[in-house]
Write a protein that binds this ligand. Structure first.
Ligand code: 0L1
Ligand code: MG
Length: 262
């Protein structure tokens, strides 16, 4: 690690305040170019610690940059991960308030809920499917705290991978008879189709993103416990939303999920 504890605490407080006050900032590597990956995740961990200390509950995990298109766009080979806090959850058909957000974008995702722990190294698609209780359609709202989404990957990791809000559909589908690679995905904004894709856009198979997450956590001596909700990553590029927008995601065999921005 290149940053000392007090710098990590200061940067975590700064980024979390930007999130809570819905204001943007310049990427933190401008001031701390020496920051390394351990520093970036230590800042994210400190943001999580601050939330838990204030009474928030951590309700899940997210994998980010898991589509080849997005990884290529960002010039990276490894996905990243973040956490989901209780107040990020929007009820199905519910509203996200633009006054609490900076410049949100929506991503169509497949959410997994585990029924057994997953611990890397060595997790693969098979171990993930065996440990999956059910999957659901999910819309992730990303809202980078960095001005105009101008960042590098370490700054993004420190900022909890732009995590902001999410909604999951109410129908739980077991994975036994589903081929998650070939499920068609259609996202609509105000009744117009804005993105189309298939599950395979996420690392060839969305369960591969969960395996990669378990393996990354395993390197830190952590596991994905049973009963964890995990967003497996955007199937298409993120789409910007504004007040008044109504977003519906339909995933073949999994049903639909909807949310509005007010
Ligand atoms: O959910 C994700 O794919 C992570 C996004 C982080 C980068 C961004 O804000 O676009
Ligand atoms: Mg995402």
């Amino acid at each position: 690690m290149k940053l000392d504890k007090s710098t990590i605490q200061t940067l975590a407080a700064h980024l979390e305040t930007c999130e809570l006050e819905a204001r943007d900032t310049l990427k933190i590597t401008d001031e701390y170019p020496e920051m390394d990956w351990d520093d970036a995740y230590a800042i994210q961990d400190e943001i999580k610690r601050r939330k838990v200390a204030r009474g928030a509950r951590i309700v899940g995990l997210k994998a980010g940059l898991t589509s080849h298109a997005k990884m290529k766009q960002m010039g990276v080979e490894t996905p990243v991960f973040g956490f989901l806090a209780d107040y990020f959850a929007v009820p199905e058909g519910g509203e996200a308030k633009m006054s609490e957000l900076i410049h949100p974008k929506v991503e169509p995702e497949i959410a997994f809920v585990t029924k057994a722990p997953l611990k890397g190294p060595g997790c693969h698609i098979g171990s993930v499917l065996a440990a999956t209780d059910f999957v659901m359609p999910a819309i992730e709202v990303i809202d980078s705290r960095y001005r105009d989404f101008k960042f590098d990957l370490k700054s993004v990791v420190a900022d909890n991978c732009s995590s902001s809000r999410f909604v999951v559909g109410g129908r739980m589908a077991p994975v036994d008879n589903l081929d998650l690679r070939t499920l068609g995905v259609v996202m609509e904004k105000n009744g117009q189709v804005v993105s189309l894709g298939a599950g395979a856009a996420v690392l060839g198979h969305p369960a591969a993103a969960i395996a990669m997450l378990a393996n990354l956590l395993g390197e830190r001596g952590e596991e994905i416990p049973a009963g964890t909700l995990i967003l497996s990553g955007g199937i298409t590029e993120a789409v910007a939303v504004h007040a008044g927008d109504n977003v519906t995601l339909r995933i073949q065999e999994l049903g639909s999920v909807n949310m509005r921005f007010v």
